[in-house]
Every structure is written in C-alpha cells, then in structure tokens.
Design a protein around this ligand. Structure first.
Ligand code: SAM
Length: 286
C-alpha cells in the first residue's frame, strides 16, 4: 500500500473515485509524513486504548492510530470519502468508520458500545469550522475520555492554551481549564496540507482531570457568567453582569464585595478560583 501522504497517490486515488476536496467541510489533508505518527504517539494510541477520531479524510491519521491502538472509531461526514477509505484502510480489521456529523452524533452511547473494557482518547485533525463547538461538546458532555489531542488553527491553539487571567484567554480557555489542562504539543505549517490552507496549525492536548478540582455550585450559571463576561471582556465586569443578569448595579457591587473583588475588575484578569467564588456568590445574590 503506498504512503497516504504521497501527493501523487492522493491525487491518483481522488481522481479514480471522482473526489474533490470541499472547503466548506474543512478538507485539508495531511501530506507531511512526520505529523500523524507523532499525533498518534502523543494521543495515547496504544494497547488498552480505543481512539475516537473525527474526520478521516483519506485515512492518513486513522491508519497510524489503528497501527497502535486496540480499536479506532471514526466519524466522517462526507459520504464521498467512503469508497476511498475502503481502499486505503483495507488491511485493518480494528477500524469502524461511521457516516455522520460529529456535532450531532450520540458520542456517549457510541463510546459505551464500542470501547467497553478500553480506556478512551480522542485524536483528530479537526475541520476548522467546528473546532470550538466540538471541543466544547467533548468537554461539556463529560465523556469518559482521558485525553483530547487535536490539530487546530494556530490562533485557536494559542487561545485554548493561554493562561487563565491573561489577555489571550477567552471563554473557551476557562471551559478547558474547568475540565482539564491544555498544552500545546507542536506547530504544523500550512505547507503540510493538501490543499494548503491560509493559516498555520498546531497540535494541542487537553488532559482531563480524573476528578474536577473546581467545586462550582451551579455549573450552568458559572458558564452563563463566563460567556456574558467574555462577550465584553474589556469592560468592567460588574456592569456587564448587571446588564446580562438584570440585577441592579448596587446589588452587583454587594456580590462583588462578598466575593472579595473590586467591581471595576475585568474578567480577563481573574483566576479560576476568583471566577468560581464570584459564581457562587451570584447564587446567593440572585
Ligand atoms: N484526518 C484527515 C487528515 O488529517 O488528513 C482529514 C482532516 S480534514 C482537516 C477534516 C475532515 O473532517 C474531513 O475529512 C471532513 O470531511 C471531515 N468533517 C467535516 N465536518 C465534519 C463533521 N461535522 N463531522 C465529521 N466529520 C467532518
């Protein structure tokens, strides 16, 4: 079987099946041979693990995962890739590719059914247009997943991995830190893809906490507060939250006072613990 990073072979097999890449589906296929083995190694593809992949393309990462892990389940939206995958992954009997939309598929059920007795990790080169909502989904649904190792746009990687309390942090940074720890593993240049996108990428890993260290009294309220706060991140947080939660400014000042915070503080300067304290004070104040 030829290498799945060989441009000549990729063009040949795409032509054979009349396949053309779709920009709308974020179809930039990896052609740098060093990237997928590295992602698979970092991504816990090893004995005792089942790997969930999102978006197979022609199977370049799927193959590296299947060489190392006990089982690979992949979700791919584009039906036109399936005849190609049948050829490129024909030698493996531990891969199950599902036709579906990763944003809508019942992932909890899938993991339960397919990975019984195995530890689970997610490893994927994500389509850019669903990066943030998909990562949020993987975290919020509290799937039994040990690590999430994904290739995303470099700017998105910087935001996800930014320290909480820094100017680069956003609502997604808080969500990631609520469920685990994010680390940047390595950069991948735009020339590593066919077709080449307009931006560079990076591979990051979210290592989920075995036990959540943040004991928030009302998670939904916490995330509502985070989203409202970051939607106007440069403004004074007390004013922003007073508007978003329809609470008077004077009541809001009492809440901030009880949380030990100045009402003029901006959300981007707060630590995780300060955000958790503020959210808990909110419950008393609302
Ligand atoms: N893993 C391959 C690689 O590294 O070359 C392909 C990565 S490509 C960036 C993203 C893949 O995700 C494409 O195959 C695309 O068809 C698929 N995709 C796009 N939207 C999807 C969705 N909502 N659910 C599942 N797969 C999707």
């Amino acid at each position: 079987m030829p290498e799945l990073t060989d441009i000549r072979y990729i063009r040949e097999i795409m032509a054979k099946h009349g396949f053309q890449t779709s920009k709308a589906l974020g179809q930039n296929f990896l052609i740098n041979p060093s990237v997928c083995p590295k992602m698979a190694e970092y991504g816990n593809a090893k004995s005792g693990f089942g790997i969930l992949e999102i978006g197979t393309g022609i199977g370049v990462l799927t193959k590296e995962l299947a060489c190392r892990a006990d089982k690979v389940i992949a979700i791919e939206l584009d039906q036109a890739l399936f005849p190609i995958l049948k050829e490129t992954l024909s030698e493996f009997d531990n891969i199950n590719i599902i036709h579906g939309d990763a944003m809508k598929y019942d992932l909890k059920n899938l993991i339960q059914q397919e990975f019984s007795g195995l530890q689970v990790a997610v490893c994927a080169n994500l389509p850019y247009y669903i990066t943030s909502p998909l990562i949020m989904r993987l975290l919020e649904e509290q799937l039994p997943v040990k690590t999430i190792t994904v290739m995303i746009q470099k700017e998105a990687a910087q935001r996800l991995c930014a320290p909480v309390g820094s100017r680069e942090a956003g609502a997604v940074t808080i969500a990631v830190n609520y469920y685990g720890k994010a680390v940047k593993l390595f950069d991948v240049s735009r020339g590593s893809f066919l077709p080449a996108p307009n931006v560079d990428s990076a591979v990051i890993q979210i290592q989920k906490y075995a036990e959540n260290p943040w004991h928030v009294q009302d998670e939904a309220l916490f995330f509502r507060m985070i989203k409202a706060g970051f939607s106007q991140r440069r403004k004074q947080l007390a004013g922003v939250l007073a508007g978003a939660f329809a609470i008077s400014k004077s009541e809001m000042h009492v809440i901030f006072d009880q949380a030990g915070l100045s009402p003029s503080v901006r959300i981007e300067s707060l630590s995780m613990q300060e955000l958790v304290n503020l959210s808990d004070q909110f419950i008393r104040g609302c």
